[in-house]
Structure formats: C-alpha cells, structure tokens
Design a protein around this ligand. Structure first.
Ligand code: SAM
Length: 236
C-alpha cells in the first residue's frame, strides 16, 4: 500500500518513518510512504502558499493553486492515482471502521492543512474523503496523517508479526475492547497476575479473556460517549 503525504512540513515525517513496525514494513516493501512539500508547487514569486481570508478574520488560508497542482503532480507519479484524503476537523469522525475502509485502498494521498485550513474550493474541486481524527483541533494535518497511517498499516497483511494481533485489538470487527494483558514478573508491587493465565488451560484462558473483554466494553459503553467515566478513574 502506498501513502503520499502532501504537507508544508515533510520533515516532520523523517523520524516517524524510521520507527518500529512502519520502518520494517517499508523495508519489506509492504508499505511505501512519500512526503511531498506543497510549497514546491507554488507559482507565487515569493513562494507563498497562503493568504488572508476573504471577508476578514484571523490567520491565513491555504491557497488552491499550490495544493491542487501538488495533488495533480503527485497523483501522476504512480499508478493507481489514489484516493485523496483531506485531514480536517470537519471530516468523517475517525473510527476503526474508517480504518478498515481506508485499508482496502491501494493508494492514499493525505492532504495536510495548516494555519486556518484550506480554501474551500480545494474540497469542492477534489471531492476528497474528509477525515477528522477527533473533535479537537490540531495545529496541522501531519499528526492526524500519522494516526491514519499508523492505524491502517496494522491491517495490511504482513505488517504485524502475528496476524491475530490485529484481530484481537480493541475496536475490531465486533467492536469490543481487548482484555487486560500481563507479562513477567508474576508479582509486581504486590499485584499478582490472574491465576487463570498461568494455568495452561487454553479454553479457560479464552473464556476469561472473553469475559474481561465483555466487562471492559460494557463499562466503556456506560461511560458517556465512550470516554472513561469519572468513577472509573484510578486513584492517583
Ligand atoms: N480553522 C480550522 C477549523 O476550525 O476547522 C482549523 C485549522 S487547523 C489549525 C489546521 C489543519 O490541521 C487543518 O486544515 C487540518 O488539516 C488539520 N487538523 C486539525 N485538527 C484536525 C482533526 N481533528 N482531524 C484532522 N485534521 C485536523
């Protein structure tokens, strides 16, 4: 799968691309990520890519010309042309279902805004898939783009060491949360690993995990909007 990130700050991705699973997937040729600087396509003699909003108001707006030319040029660099995803707080709320849909695409162009966002004609002309990573505002689309890449690659065959990992993840196809996990040592700060996990009884372990998963999912549903409710916040 190929990701093309269109951004004013491609350098933000340098260290991100060199970490863990993503780097391994890139090395193995399973995933490609290319970051492009939108500014390289400006026709402004001062290299500007933004201007003041018509109608007044604070901040600057990304101009249509450099963004649209960048999209056209990057699309032409490989086949298939790919779907354009615009990262925007006004987009479809990002969930694991969105991740699943995105993972079916062979190529995605991720359009990262900055400042006050995009001239709306970019949206009107490209008709992109508009995605919001949550009901909050980031300074730019780069971190949301990383969230998208990070979540989507988990579903690409060969990226995770153990394919079952993604199937067991929280928010997977059945929407449940994952059960609690433990590793060595058996006792830490007086807290013991549940005995059932040490029993070697696979059926009993599977039953316990399903119960724990049901319990966590039920508790989250009770908490408003899926957020942790105040009465489940651990004591500091
Ligand atoms: N003035 C814009 C508004 O209120 O919708 C916010 C612009 S924000 C400071 C700059 C850029 O960050 C956006 O164009 C978008 O690309 C990105 N961004 C910010 N929050 C986001 C979110 N929740 N999801 C996806 N992208 C986001």
């Amino acid at each position: 799968m190929r990701f093309d990130v269109l951004t004013l700050f491609p350098g933000i991705f340098d260290s991100y691309l060199k970490q863990s699973l993503l780097e391994d997937a890139i090395q193995a040729g399973i995933v490609q990520v290319h970051a492009w600087n939108i500014r390289d396509w400006t026709q402004d003699k001062h290299q500007r890519v933004d201007d003041r909003p018509f109608g007044g108001g604070p901040g600057m707006v990304l101009m249509a010309q450099p963004v649209l030319d960048c999209v056209a040029a990057v699309r032409a660099k490989a086949e298939p042309p790919g779907k354009v995803v615009m990262l925007t707080p006004a987009g479809e709320r990002f969930t694991q279902r969105t991740v699943e849909k995105l993972a079916e695409e062979p190529r995605l162009l991720l359009l990262c805004g900055r400042y006050e966002g995009f001239d709306d004609r970019i949206r009107q002309l490209l008709n992109p898939w508009e995605v919001s990573v949550g009901d909050f505002v980031c300074n730019g689309g780069e971190v949301p783009a990383m969230v998208l890449i990070d979540t989507v690659i988990r579903l690409i065959p060969g990226v995770l060491g153990h394919e079952q990992s993604a199937a067991d993840d929280s928010h997977n196809e059945d929407g449940r949360l994952e059960y609690p996990q433990y590793t060595r040592p058996r006792v830490f700060n007086g807290l013991e690993v549940p005995q059932i996990l040490l029993s070697g009884n696979h059926a009993a372990v599977a039953k316990w995990r399903k119960e724990q998963s049901d319990l966590r999912s039920h508790n989250q549903n009770k908490a408003s909007g899926g957020r942790q409710s105040p009465d489940t916040t651990p004591d500091e």
